[in-house]
Design a protein around this ligand. Sequence first.
Ligand code: SIN
Ligand code: CO
Length: 437
Amino acid sequence: MGVRLGLARCRGIADKVGSHQGIAPTKAWLAPTTMPRMAIQNPTRKPLPIEVRGSASQPLGMSATQFLRDYWQKRPLLIRNAFPDFQAPIEPDDLAGLACEEGALARLIIHDEKRDRWTVKNGPFEEAEFGKTPKRDWTLLVQDVDKWDADVAALLDHFTFLPSWRLDDIMISYAEDGGGVGAHVDQYDVFLLQGIGERHWAISDDPDAPLDFRNDVELKQLQVFEPTHEWLLGPGDMLYLPPGVPHDGVAIGNCMTISIGMRAPSQAELTGDLADFLAERMPEELRYADPDLVPAKRAGEIDTAALNRLRQALPFAAALDRDLLADWFGRFITRYRNAQVAAAPPKATTEAAFDKALDGGATLVRHPYARIAWVKGKKEATLFVSGNAYECPAALAERLAAERELAFDRRPSAVEKQVLLTLVNDGQLGVRKGRRR
Ligand code: SIN
Ligand code: CO
C-alpha cells in the first residue's frame, strides 16, 4: 500500500465483502450480440475489431498512435487483459472510508428492482450508512479518488499518451450484486477498468440510439436502451467508451470499477469563460460606437447598420449569423441598465376580457420601465421587451416602440392580439379602460 492521505477504513463494507455469492456468467455475455456498426469510416477500410487483447507492454492492445487514430473519440473498444494480473489499488473499505471524509464527492445509489425505483444519497456519509445497505442492488461511487490516494493516482501513468490536462478524475465504484447506475450516456471519454470481481457491461454503438432521459429518476437514465454488445469483465479488463455511447454496467457479485474520465469542456463553458476573460481585459472606453448614425427610419428597429457596428465592436462574434447576433443583442440591449422590471399582474387577463376591453375603446399603456427594440426577420419581426423576445408583426413592433399609449380604431388581428395579450400578462402593457360601450 502506498501513501494514504488520511483515509479512514470503513468496516461496513468489509463485513459484507464475500457475504453474497456471485452469479455465474452466461455464455451470451462473453461475445458481442451483433456485429459492430461503424459510425466512422477507417482509412484502411478493414473492419476494426471492437474487442482486442492487451498485454503488459500494450494496455490498449495496440499502440497509442493506432488507438488514437482508430478509436479515441470515435468508437468503443473492449481490451481484455489490459492490465495483466491486475490488483485493485484501493480496497472497498478504503473507498467507503473516503466516502465518509468531509469534502469527498460520493453517492450511494440503491435500486429497488421490483418497483424500478432508484434512491440517490449524496455523501459525505456516516459510517453507519454502510451497515444499512440492502443485500444487493446498490453501489457507492466516489469521485476524484486519484486526489486522495497515491496508488490510485499511479494508474494515470498508463495514460500519459493523452494530454494530462484532458484528465478529469478517477471515479471508483463499489457495488454489490445487481448494483449499478442504470443505462446512461456520459459526455466524456471514459476508460472503465475492472478492479475487483465481475461486471456485466452492455453498450449500444448504434449512432441513432434514442437519448431521451427518464423523467422519474434523479439520475439521467435513458428511457430506452437496446444493447448492441454485452460483455462480462473481470479484473484487468478495460472498456473504452467515447462520449455519447449508451452503456449500463451491472455488478455480478461484489465488484469494483475504476473509471478514468477525460471530461472535455463544453462549448458553452468555453464561450462563457472566454467572454469573462476578455471582458475583464477590455478598457471601459472601448464601446459600441455609431458616429455614422443617420436619423432613425423606424422607431426601435435594430437595423443592418447597427448589426454591422456590433460586428465591428465584437470581432470574435464575426462568425455568428445575423439572426443569432440580433437575437442576443435585442435581449441584451432591452435589459441594459434597466433598474426595474415590470411585474406580471397578479391575475392574468383572459382573451374574452381583452376583446371586451378593446371593443370598449381601451388603450394599452406601456410600462415606464419596458425597454423595447425589434429586428426584421425573414417573415415578420422579433420584438424585444426588457430582455424577452416575441414573434411579432413588424408594423406592430414599430408602433410598440414608437408609442407610449396605443389606441385602436379597429380590432387588432388575431396574431397582433396574441402578442398584445402576452405583453399585458407579462406586465409590459397596462390596459386603460375606454369610454366606448
Ligand atoms: C459505475 O462504475 O458504476 C458507473 C461508471 C459509468 O457508467 O460511467
Ligand atoms: Co457512465
